[in-house]
Design a protein around this ligand. Structure first.
Ligand code: HEC
Length: 120
């Protein structure tokens, strides 16, 4: 048996058995190297998903405003904001109220903003 031929064949079989025809298992990870900031990341998320109720002054029965850096930071520290946005779709108290749960990547961003130390 030609040992080189055997070796080459083994490599070819190994290479051809690697395929990437599925993209469903690909995830978009939060880039841990990049610091999340209120000004560039968080404010726009809150603006488009929360301020229809948590405005200044709050409307539709919302108990507090979320219009400033301090508002959002305090809601995380003392108002259970992360818990509310993390609840399952349709479960009581999920925020946005009566709306669609935020995409997980967006929730992860807000969690990382806290982990990163609430950079403004
Ligand atoms: C359609 C109106 C509406 C929207 C949109 C909305 N909320 Fe609320 N939110 C409410 C109401 C009403 C309450 C009070 C009832 C309750 O506690 O579930 C509330 C309560 C909360 C509370 C609890 C406050 C506390 O001290 O108990 C948090 C935190 C919160 N919302 C965060 C958010 C965030 C973050 C968003 C956006 C992702 C959001 N909400 C979007 C209406 C809304």
């Amino acid at each position: 048996m030609n040992i080189k031929l055997l070796f080459t064949t083994a490599i070819l079989i190994t290479l051809s058995s690697c395929s990437n025809d599925s993209t469903s298992d690909l995830v978009t990870p939060t880039n841990n190297a990049v610091t999340i900031k209120y000004s560039s990341d968080i404010a726009s998320i809150i603006n488009s998903n929360c301020l229809s109720c948590h405005a200044s002054p709050p409307v539709n029965g919302a108990p507090m405003q979320l219009t400033t850096y301090d508002d959002v930071k305090n809601a995380i520290l003392t108002g259970g904001l992360i818990d509310r946005i993390s609840r399952a779709q349709g479960s009581g108290g999920m925020m946005p109220d009566a709306g669609n749960r935020l995409p997980q990547a967006t929730i992860d961003k807000i969690i990382k903003w806290q982990t990163d130390g609430f950079v403004n």
